[in-house]
Write a protein that binds this ligand. Structure first.
Ligand SMILES: [Zn+2]
Length: 280
């Protein structure tokens, strides 16, 4: 068994943090930002950028799609808010621009994408439900991305329908969210019922049984987790009161883990590695 020490401050970071009008993003910039697409000035958190590029290379996406906006520091979000209020009014800003401190773009986990054309609207880029954009949308969950602000969920997300805004949440989570037509807000509520060590949500992916569970960390300064050796895992805060723990357990207990190295790495393993490197 591997022991993992979780400090309370980590509930505000990770690929599943919920950032919306209720929960602000209290952290600084992500540790590692990487450029995406062919414009070097659009940045995302490294893991999200790697997966986005993989998806795009599968569909030749960067020939037809441009990244319009990725990571934004607080000051930039403030400027976008102020400019939008000035040019389009407060109602429009409330619908399509998150209030400074409450934007997913500040996490480095969100990306606005637009169909490549001469004129691209920075706030509402065109990303239609057909052609190459739809092809991207259909594969997005396989790479850990969700369409974050769907139509008819405006009351839940607090943001108008944004066909162009995608959020990286990680592979099993994006698939579950898509299959059940949830928003990230609804998924966080759904996972909370599945408490750690008691009632995990279990899905099978390839030769793995993926256990997803919630660990409340309210009023607890430190928590120690016991994770099976050789079990790829990831831990993310939910940005309010706890952690979501994802364990990629083996389907059959007596199966060896040697095929692990030969298998394509899951993004979760990648994330685990990057945590190790950061600690080193
Ligand atoms: Zn956006």
């Amino acid at each position: 068994m591997k022991k993992i020490l979780l400090s309370h401050s980590r509930i505000y970071s990770g690929s599943l943090i919920l950032v919306n009008s209720k929960y602000s993003f209290s952290q600084h910039a992500p540790d590692v930002l990487t450029s995406v697409g062919r414009q070097k000035d659009i940045l995302m958190e490294r893991q999200a950028a790697v997966l986005l590029d993989k998806l795009m290379s599968e569909i030749n996406g960067w020939d037809f799609i441009v990244p319009v906006s990725g990571y934004r520091p607080f000051e930039e979000q403030q400027k976008i808010w102020d400019d939008t209020v000035k040019t389009d009014g407060i109602e429009f800003a409330r619908k399509y621009v998150a209030y400074p401190g409450h934007s997913e773009h500040q996490t480095g986990l969100a990306i606005d994408l637009g169909l490549k054309q001469e004129k691209i609207d920075f706030i509402c880029p065109e990303f239609p439900y057909h052609g190459i954009c739809q092809k991207f949308r259909e594969l997005a969950a396989d790479y850990g991305f969700i369409e974050r602000y769907p139509s008819e969920k405006e009351a839940v997300t607090g943001i108008g329908h944004e066909p162009w805004h995608f959020r990286y949440v990680g592979v099993p989570h994006a698939k579950i969210i898509k299959q059940n037509a949830l928003t990230l807000e609804e998924y966080m509520d759904f996972i909370k019922v599945h408490t750690y060590n008691a009632n995990p949500y279990i899905i099978s992916i390839g030769n793995r049984r993926v256990h997803i569970s919630y660990l409340n960390a309210d009023n607890i300064s430190r928590t120690i987790l016991n994770i099976n050796e050789n079990c790829p895992y990831s831990i993310s805060g939910n940005n309010s009161d706890g952690f979501i723990i994802t364990e990629w357990r083996q389907l059959h207990e007596n199966q060896t883990d040697t095929d692990n190295r030969l298998r394509a790495r899951t993004d979760e393993e990648y994330l685990t590695d990057s945590h190790k490197k950061r600690r080193a």
